[in-house]
Design a protein around this ligand. Structure first.
Ligand SMILES: [Zn+2]
Length: 71
């Protein structure tokens, strides 16, 4: 069963039905066989934004990974 809170984990505002969204599984080593949980993000740019919450989240993650490798 997919549990998705109807809230974007990036901008903290609601994801309404009909809006596209993306989910990311949260890898928790302490999960131990229990149901995984997910982060949800808007997959479409909000009005006035050039990138969606999901894209921004991906960019941040990529940036963190790059800086981590450079260290
Ligand atoms: Zn959002």
């Amino acid at each position: 069963m997919i549990v998705c809170f109807d809230q974007c984990d990036y901008c903290r505002s609601s994801i309404f039905s009909g809006q596209r969204w993306a989910r990311e599984k949260i890898y928790d080593p302490e999960l131990n066989g229990r149901d995984p949980s997910y982060h949800c993000y808007h997959a479409e740019p909000l009005a006035g934004q050039e990138a969606s919450c999901w894209e921004k989240h991906e960019m941040e993650r990529e940036f963190a990974r790059m800086t981590g490798c450079a260290a």
